[in-house]
Write a protein that binds this ligand. Structure first.
Ligand code: 13P
Length: 249
């Protein structure tokens, strides 16, 4: 059976002290799910978060990384640096990285390669803009995003890939995709992966949904057969809401 995952992307919120407070609150709420749970604090809080979550069933992911091993890239963080503080999962291709930092296809493909070379788990985000959906281009846009950054990988590399469909129009807007819209896209993505590789690769790959997931809509979205969990933004900043979403799986 494929993995189910609920990951909280804290984005540029919470300093180290606040991150540790949220972690303590998460540790004291009851998460009864079989799903893998991850939180993604900002870089400065990663090491302390790993330490604080030792012995729990909550893991830590980074929100981005650079593709080079090391060198003159002022302000950047490498895979080795993440591994050095005990972080072996990384979110890549988030729409905010695409939109505000011009991280697209080829660059993302290099980042994916770097993370996989270090045996890290990659949570690869993709999704269409509202215009794309309204002009019925959403399946084409998503196919292109996957093709540009992931379809050069050998089949074996997919054991460390988690996909996260995040329609840009649903992120932080309160306008979540309907469970049917999510299911349609996830089924399409799974078929696209199967066509490029095979059914085994496609059926083993978790596909998360992200975009205004809240306690009130999580269980309906997660009930869809091709939705294997969620990537949660705003609601992950509340221990009660995040735990309710985890327990909705
Ligand atoms: P929201 O849950 O705040 O819409 O954010 C989703 C997201 O971008 C997770 O990566």
């Amino acid at each position: 059976m494929r993995k189910q995952i609920v990951a909280g992307n804290w984005k540029m919120n919470l300093n180290q002290v606040e991150s540790l407070q949220l972690i303590e609150a998460l540790k004291s709420t009851k998460n009864t799910s079989r799903a893998e749970v991850l939180v993604a604090p900002n870089f400065t809080a990663l090491a302390a978060s790993v330490e604080a979550l030792k012995g729990t069933n909550i893991g830590v992911a980074a929100q981005n990384m650079h593709q080079a091993e090391c060198g003159a890239f002022t302000g950047e963080i490498s895979a080795q640096m993440l591994l050095g503080v005990g972080v072996n999962s990384v979110i890549l291709g988030h729409s905010e990285r695409r939109e505000y930092f011009s991280e697209y296809g080829e660059l993302l493909s290099a980042k994916v390669d770097a993370a996989l070379n270090h045996n890290m788990q990659v949570i690869f985000c993709f999704g269409e803009l509202l215009d794309d959906r309204e002009s019925d281009q959403h399946f084409d846009v998503v196919t292109e995003q996957l093709t540009e950054s992931l379809f050069h990988l050998p089949a074996a590399a997919w054991k460390n890939i988690v996909l996260a469909y995040e329609p840009v129009w649903a992120i932080g807007t309160g306008m979540t995709a309907s469970p049917e819209q999510a299911q349609d896209m996830h089924a399409f993505v799974r078929k696209t992966v199967a066509d490029h590789y095979d059914n085994a690769v496609a059926n083993n790959c978790p596909i998360l949904y992200g975009g205004s997931v809240k306690p009130a809509n999580a269980s309906l979205i997660f009930s869809k057969p091709d939705v294997d969990g969620g990537l949660i933004g705003g609601a992950a900043l509340s221990a009660d809401d995040f735990t309710a979403i985890i327990n909705a799986i």
